[in-house]
Write a protein that binds this ligand. Structure first.
Ligand SMILES: Cc1cc2nc3c(=O)[nH]c(=O)nc-3n(C[C@H](O)[C@H](O)[C@H](O)COP(=O)(O)OP(=O)(O)OC[C@H]3O[C@@H](n4cnc5c(N)ncnc54)[C@H](O)[C@@H]3O)c2cc1C
Length: 371
């Protein structure tokens, strides 16, 4: 039984097929060799999946946000690194230009992004400011030139358009920077625990020309409203990773023989898989609820934080238990369970840590006294 519309089901099937046939077969190698599979994003663009919820007017597919998170779940089920690339490209790099840019900026920047000809990035974090993003040191001068550095920027080494936050007259403000602009450099590609098919890079700006997006001092509003939606996407990514782990563990439980029969007949294994499936479904329901609220134009800050908090914990916990079901094989690279475990952890960190999600939820309950 599904509550999805025909169109949502079609989009999900398209992403599932692409994930199974094109993404999953490359995932282990991309992880091992730390390869960013650029051609996959060109293909996703051809299918309309690089801008699935971008309005048709800007060359997107014009579908709703729920369709977009269904795509993220399926692509992340195949490869979480490809999933985060897509999530940041669309949710954090492209949609804020539609929401906050002028008509002319959106016309210029968005179509090549929505079609997958170009890739987008979102540059907020610095070495000294992550959760406390307002403490950023990057600044813009009177001629609109940015000086500063950004750290751990997803898609950093491959993006063409960067949404960059820097202080103007002491207040965080949004800017758009093109790759190759004067004084712009990618200074380092990070080494990570997982999601090795994604790029996480440090950036430097030295008097780099930038065009402002949104009003003076609106940087934190742009960043936080972007993250409100982005978190639903990361929650969907976490659900996709957890589902992949459940699929592997279930198949293994049917095949692995111990003490004269398949291990799935042991209640300890069966109940573990039952709990895993139930919690994944609960996480998925939270993701759908938050996406539906966003589609309805209703507040979704708390619901998105709840979806991310819960789904990331489900993914981190149950990918570990999937390894347990596979025993020693689960700890080896012969099976993907160990990759899912490494990939899952960061869903509790980026686009707001779990502690920050709890802060958002507590503020919804308690108001400003919560800190
Ligand atoms: C793989 C990867 C990709 C990323 N991609 C991007 C990207 O594309 N763009 C971008 O801008 N950033 C990106 N980031 C940065 C990411 O968003 C930050 O790492 C995250 O917001 C946390 O910031 P921090 O690492 O500086 O941790 P800190 O803010 O230093 O936090 C350290 C610890 O203190 C806790 N803490 C901090 N403040 C509070 C508080 N008020 N209450 C309770 N606990 C608190 C945190 O929860 C955490 O446990 C990425 C990071 C990684 C690892």
């Amino acid at each position: 039984m599904t509550l999805l519309t025909d169109e949502q089901q079609e989009i999900r099937s398209l992403a599932q097929r692409f994930g199974d046939e094109v993404v999953a077969p490359g995932a282990a190698q991309w992880d091992r060799e730390k390869t960013f599979p650029r051609e996959v994003f060109t293909q996703l663009g051809e299918l309309g999946l690089m801008g699935v919820c971008v309005p048709e007017r800007f060359a997107g597919a014009g579908a709703d946000y729920l369709s977009y998170v269904l795509v993220l779940e399926q692509i992340s089920r195949a490869d979480a690194g490809v999933g985060v690339t897509l999530a940041v490209h669309t949710g954090a790099g492209t949609l804020p230009i539609v929401a906050w840019g002028s008509e002319e900026q959106a016309d210029r920047f968005v179509p090549p992004l929505a079609q997958g000809h170009e890739i987008a990035a979102f540059a907020l974090t610095e070495s000294g400011s992550g959760s406390d993003a307002g403490a950023m040191l990057s600044r813009v001068d009177g001629d609109g030139r940015i000086t500063g550095t950004k750290q751990w920027i997803t898609n950093g080494s491959y993006a063409h358009s960067f949404l960059v936050f820097a202080k103007k007259d002491g207040k965080p403000t949004g800017f758009l920077v093109r790759r190759g602009a004067e004084g712009f450099a990618v200074t380092r590609e990070e080494e990570k625990l997982g999601q090795n098919s994604s790029s996480t890079a440090d950036l430097a700006f030295e008097g780099t020309p930038a065009e402002q997006i949104g009003p003076d001092g609106a940087g934190m509003r742009i960043a936080l409203s972007t993250l409100d939606g982005g978190r639903i996407g990361i929650a969907a990514q976490a659900v996709g990773i957890a589902q992949a782990a459940l699929d592997v563990a279930t198949a293994y439980a049917k095949e692995r023989v111990a003490f004269g029969g398949p291990i799935g007949r042991f209640q300890a294994i069966g109940h573990k898989l039952a709990d895993m499936q139930t919690e994944i479904e609960a996480a998925r329901a939270l993701v759908y609820r938050a996406a539906l609220l966003k589609d309805a134009g209703k507040p979704h800050t708390v619901e998105g934080a709840q979806a991310k908090l819960f789904a990331s914990r489900v993914a981190r916990h149950w990918t570990g238990e999937a390894i347990q079901v596979l025993g020693g094989y689960g700890y080896t690279k012969e099976f993907p369970a160990e990759r899912y475990y490494r990939d899952a952890k960061v869903t509790e960190i980026y686009e707001g840590t779990s502690e920050i999600q709890r802060l958002v939820i507590a503020r919804g309950l308690l108001g400003a006294i919560a800190s």
